[in-house]
Write a protein that binds this ligand. Structure first.
Ligand SMILES: C[S@@+](CC[C@H](N)C(=O)[O-])C[C@H]1O[C@@H](n2cnc3c(N)ncnc32)[C@H](O)[C@@H]1O
Length: 253
C-alpha cells in the first residue's frame, strides 16, 4: 500500500516544531497509558503511528516492551537516533503502514494510537482495515486506546484561514471543511524568517463523531468501555472536550 504524495511533506523534519504545544502533554499522557496497560508483565505494547516515539520511548523506559510502528521515515530516524542500547532491549521501532500491521495475531497486550493518527493518509474504506488489524494483534482482554481530537468542536473551529508564529517560521494555513465527506482539507505554508524557500503542502483528515467511531469500533469486534475527554479520564463532552479518547477492549472468549 502506498502513502499519499503529501506524506513525507507532512511528517518530515519541517513539521516537528508544530507539535510544540502537544509535546508538553506527553508526561501526563504516558502516566495514563501506563495505567491502562497495567503491569509490564502482561506483554508487549504497540504504539501505532508512534511518530518519533514520545510515548513509546517513555513507556520502554518505564519497563514495558514496546513496538513503535510508523510510516514516516524521518520520524523513525529521529526515534532511532535517541534510542540507547539499553532502550533497544525493550523498544522496537518499525516502519510500516497501519493498514497492514506486521505483527502476529494476539501478540500485543495493549495498543495505543495517539494524537489523531486515525483517518490520515489512508482512504475511507481502509479505516475498518486499521481497526480490524488492531483487533487481530491484541490479546484477548487487551485494551485499545484511540486518542482523537474532538471533531464535534474542531470542525467548527477549523473552518477558516489561520496564522501562527513559531521560532523559525510563521504558519499560514487555509482549512476547509467538506461536511459531505466529513473531511478537513488543509493547505499549509511554513514561511521561514531566514529567507529559506517556504515549505508548502496540502493534506486531508477524516473527521469522526463519537457515534460513528463507536459504531466502527464495535463493527471491528471491540467493546467500547468509555470515551474520555482528556487524559485525566474526564468524561467526553461533545460541546467542550478538547479530545475524544476511545477506550476499547477485546473481550476474552
Ligand atoms: C499526528 S502524528 C502523531 C504521532 C504520535 N502518535 C504522537 O502522538 O506524537 C500522526 C502520525 O501518524 C503516522 N501515520 C499516518 N498515517 C499512517 C499510516 N497509514 N501508517 C503508519 N503511520 C501513519 C504519521 O507518520 C505520524 O507520525
Amino acid at each position: 500500500m502506498a502513502f499519499p504524495a503529501w506524506f513525507d511533506q507532512k511528517f518530515g523534519p519541517h513539521t516537528v516544531p508544530l507539535y510544540r504545544d502537544e509535546v508538553r502533554n506527553t508526561d501526563a499522557q504516558v502516566e495514563t497509558l501506563a495505567g491502562v496497560a497495567g503491569s509490564a508483565a502482561a506483554g508487549p505494547l504497540l504504539d501505532l503511528c508512534c511518530g518519533w516515539g514520545r510515548h513509546a520511548l517513555a513507556l520502554a523506559r518505564r519497563g514495558y516492551r514496546v513496538v513503535g510502528l510508523d510510516g514516516s521515515r524521518y520520524f523513525l530516524e529521529k526515534l532511532s537516533a535517541e534510542i540507547t542500547p539499553a532502550d533497544r532491549l525493550r523498544l522496537a521501532p518499525v516502519r510500516g503502514d497501519m493498514r497492514c500491521i506486521p505483527l502476529a495475531a494476539g501478540s500485543m497486550a495493549s495498543v495505543f494510537q495517539m494524537y489523531t493518527s486515525f483517518g490520515y493518509g489512508t482512504a475511507a474504506p481502509d479505516d475498518m482495515e486499521v481497526l480490524s488489524g488492531v483487533y487481530r494483534v491484541l490479546k484477548p482482554g487487551g485494551y485499545y486506546l484511540l486518542d482523537m481530537i474532538n471533531w464535534t468542536l474542531a470542525r467548527r473551529a477549523f473552518d477558516g484561514n489561520f496564522e501562527e508564529e513559531y521560532e523559525e517560521f510563521d504558519v499560514v494555513e487555509q482549512c476547509r471543511i467538506d461536511p459531505r465527506a466529513d473531511l478537513l482539507r488543509i493547505k499549509r505554508a511554513l514561511l521561514y524568517r531566514d529567507g529559506r524557500r517556504p515549505h508548502i503542502y496540502e493534506f486531508e483528515i477524516r473527521m469522526f463523531s463519537r457515534a460513528r467511531l463507536a459504531a466502527m469500533l464495535e463493527d471491528a469486534g471491540f467493546r467500547v468501555v468509555d470515551f474520555w475527554g482528556d487524559f485525566n479520564r474526564g468524561s467526553y463532552k461533545a460541546e467542550r472536550s478538547l479530545r475524544m479518547i476511545a477506550l476499547c477492549r477485546k473481550e476474552s472468549g
